[in-house]
Design a binder for this molecule. Structure first.
Ligand SMILES: C[S@@+](CC[C@H](N)C(=O)[O-])C[C@H]1O[C@@H](n2cnc3c(N)ncnc32)[C@H](O)[C@@H]1O
Length: 280
C-alpha cells in the first residue's frame, strides 16, 4: 500500500536543534516540519511568531519570510535570534491587522482573541481589496486536545483543501523545560499533558472564504498613509477611532438640521404675529 503522506525533505527538529519554547506552549516542531516543507521555495507570513521556533525553520525554507508579532517582548527576542542565527526574515512588530500580509502562505495558531474565523475573514477582505494575492493559502494548525481548536476545525471543515495529521512527542523536553525553565522563555502555570499528542495542519484557500458584510471599502489612515479596512482589528484602536468619527459626523448633521428647522419655524411664527406692512 502506498503512503499518502508527503515525504518531508526539511526536518525542523534538526534545523532548529535548540528551540526556545516547548509544546504545548508553542506548536510542536513536527508541525513546523510539515509547514516548512509546504512553503519550500515560496513566500510566507507567520501571524503570531512568539519566540520564533517555527520561524527559525520557515526562514530556511521560504524565499521570503515575515514574522508578525504583537508582543514587543517577543519582537525584541526575534531581532536578537535573527541576528545570532543569521536568519533572513523580516519582523513586523504590530497587530496583524496593521501588517503587510501578502504572501503565498499565511500561517498561524489561533490564540484568543485572535480566532481562525476572524483572521480568515479579515484576510478575505484584504484580498478583495488587493492587499493579498488571489492564490494565497492559509495554513492553520489545530491541537486535537484543545477543544476550541477542534470546534474551529469542525466549523471550517468544508473549506479545507488539504490536511495532514501530525503525531508528536515533546514530553521529555517539556519536563526538562518545567524543571529548568529555558533561559529565554519564562513560562509558568502549564502542564506537560499536551506535550504529547496529535495536531492537524490544514490548508484553506483564502479566496474560498465568503466576503463578510463588514469589509466594505478600505480606509485611508491619516497617521502613516497605510490602508486599513473597516471591521479590521480585534483590539486595534484605529477601528474605534473611525467609528467614533462616523458617529460624530452623523450627530453633527442632525444638530445642524434641527437648528435650521428651528430658525425657519421662528421666522414663520414671527411673520404670522406681525405681518409686514405692504407698500402699495
Ligand atoms: C498560540 S501562540 C502561537 C505561536 C507560534 N506561532 C506557534 O505556533 O507556536 C500565538 C501568538 O500570536 C501572537 N498574537 C496574538 N494576537 C496577535 C495579533 N492580533 N497580531 C499579531 N500577533 C498576535 C501572540 O503574542 C503569540 O505569540
Amino acid at each position: 500500500m502506498f503512503s499518502t503522506q508527503p515525504v518531508n525533505v526539511l526536518d525542523c527538529t534538526h534545523l532548529v536543534p535548540q528551540p526556545i519554547d516547548v509544546a504545548p506552549i508553542r506548536s510542536p516542531q513536527e508541525v513546523h516540519t510539515v509547514i516548512a516543507n509546504k512553503l519550500r521555495g515560496r513566500q510566507v507570513v507567520e501571524i503570531g511568531t512568539r519566540n520564533g521556533d517555527g520561524m527559525s525553520c520557515f526562514a530556511r525554507a521560504a524565499t521570503k519570510a515575515s514574522a508578525v508579532e504583537v508582543n514587543q517582548k517577543y519582537c525584541d527576542l526575534l531581532e536578537e535570534r535573527k541576528r545570532i542565527e543569521k536568519l533572513a526574515f523580516d519582523i513586523q512588530c504590530s497587530d496583524y491587522t496593521l501588517a503587510q500580509l501578502d504572501a503565498d502562505f499565511i500561517t498561524w495558531w489561533q490564540q484568543a482573541p485572535m480566532t481562525n474565523q476572524g483572521v480568515l475573514e479579515n484576510l478575505r477582505c484584504l484580498q478583495q481589496q488587493g492587499g493579498i494575492r488571489i492564490r494565497a493559502q492559509a495554513v492553520l494548525v489545530f491541537d486535537t486536545q484543545w477543544r476550541t481548536d477542534m470546534a474551529s476545525f469542525q466549523s471550517l471543515k468544508k473549506l479545507i483543501k488539504w490536511k495532514q495529521e501530525v503525531n508528536y512527542d515533546e514530553f521529555t523536553q517539556c519536563e526538562k523545560f518545567k524543571l529548568m525553565q529555558s533561559i529565554k522563555s519564562v513560562e509558568s502555570g502549564f502542564t506537560c499533558e499536551r506535550s504529547v499528542g496529535r495536531f492537524i495542519v490544514a490548508g484553506i484557500n483564502i479566496a474560498d472564504m465568503e466576503i463578510g458584510k463588514h469589509c466594505a471599502k478600505p480606509v485611508q489612515s491619516q497617521a502613516d498613509g497605510r490602508i486599513y479596512w473597516h471591521g479590521m482589528g480585534l483590539f486595534s484602536s484605529r477601528k474605534a477611532k473611525n467609528d467614533n468619527e462616523g458617529i460624530l459626523l452623523f450627530m453633527g448633521t442632525i444638530l445642524l438640521c434641527t437648528l435650521m428647522v428651528l430658525v425657519l419655524l421662528r421666522r414663520v411664527i414671527r411673520n404670522k404675529r406681525s405681518p409686514r406692512l405692504r407698500i402699495m
